[in-house]
Design a protein around this ligand. Structure first.
Ligand SMILES: NC(=O)C1=CN([C@@H]2O[C@H](COP(=O)(O)OP(=O)(O)OC[C@H]3O[C@@H](n4cnc5c(N)ncnc54)[C@H](OP(=O)(O)O)[C@@H]3O)[C@@H](O)[C@H]2O)C=CC1
Ligand SMILES: O=C(O)C1=N[C@H](C(=O)O)C[C@H](O)C1
Length: 237
């Protein structure tokens, strides 16, 4: 499988390149970076998005930032390539437009605001907890160079809680040096609280989920899938 990485020189992009390189059935065939530099000497770097999507790719893992990520996804779909989008900052409206594009193009895509399995489990458990303890608030804590707030993980957790029938939780964002990516989802009941906490202590935590998402998007029916839920459900089955 020929995989391309957009935003390959960024923090997430470098993890994606390493994970794809290490995956048996995948070849890191090309990268897209703003100056055309490649993190790996044997992988061609493109600075032109149209040339990148014309490089014979099966899947593009997008690790750029919003709003560039919207252009990458659109270019992938226009070229018949499945995007696996890791960049966050997408609005609900952007995602609706993306879902329509996937349907119109008949192509499978994934939007995965957090590739770590632990975060996927936290969101699953949060949706379960919300059915019993519907009052919740989310505190997300990230490194100080993160551009978007609230985080994509927090927004998806809030949506999962709301989809479970509970009120949409408030989200509190903390940006401090020393942090990587952390979240507490706190449920309050009568005389008790339940806290679900997830910590990405290193960005390596995103590698296995990136590979799993690339595999999953190849077997998925056309359309947009949000999150790693289906992947995690299969592991739990
Ligand atoms: N899904 C997940 O599990 C995770 C998601 N993220 C999300 O991924 C995104 C990237 O995070 P992170 O790697 O920390 O950020 P970085 O700033 O380290 O990397 C962002 C990359 O995007 C590139 N970029 C910026 N602007 C443009 C543009 N206009 N066109 C093309 N490329 C551009 C940058 O290129 P250049 O090097 O040239 O500046 C850089 O390589 C964020 O949205 C973040 O929230 C982060 C971690 C995990
Ligand atoms: O920018 C980050 O670092 C991260 N972004 C994602 C998000 O917005 O949820 C995933 C993870 O939290 C790291």
């Amino acid at each position: 499988m020929r995989v391309g990485v957009a935003g390959a020189l960024g923090r997430l992009g470098r993890v994606a390149c390493a994970a794809i390189e290490a995956a048996n059935e995948m070849t890191l065939a090309a990268v897209y970076t703003r100056r055309g530099d490649s993190p790996l000497p044997h992988v061609h770097g493109f600075e032109d998005l149209d040339a990148f999507v014309a490089a014979g790719l099966d899947v593009i893992v997008d690790c750029t930032v919003y709003p560039a990520t919207v252009d990458v996804a659109r270019a992938a779909l226009d070229s018949g390539i499945s995007p696996v989008i890791g960049a966050t900052g997408w609005t609900d409206e952007d995602l609706l437009v993306l879902a329509d594009r996937c349907d119109d193009a008949g192509i499978a895509a994934m939007f995965v605001p957090n590739f770590s399995f632990g975060a996927a489990l936290m969101m699953r458990f949060a949706a379960q907890a919300a059915r019993v303890m519907p009052r919740a608030e989310i505190v997300e804590l990230h490194h100080e160079t993160k551009r978007d707030a609230p985080s994509g993980t927090a927004k998806l957790t809030a949506r999962r809680i709301h989809d479970a029938g509970a009120p949409l939780p408030a989200i509190h964002s903390v940006r401090l040096p020393g942090l990587v990516a952390h979240q507490e989802t706190i449920f309050g009941g009568i005389g008790e609280t339940l806290t679900l906490r997830h910590d990405s202590l290193a960005r390596d935590s995103f590698g296995p989920g990136i590979v799993a998402a690339v595999r999953a998007v190849r077997t998925q029916p056309p359309g947009l899938t949000v999150g790693l839920d289906a992947v995690v459900e299969r592991m739990l089955a």
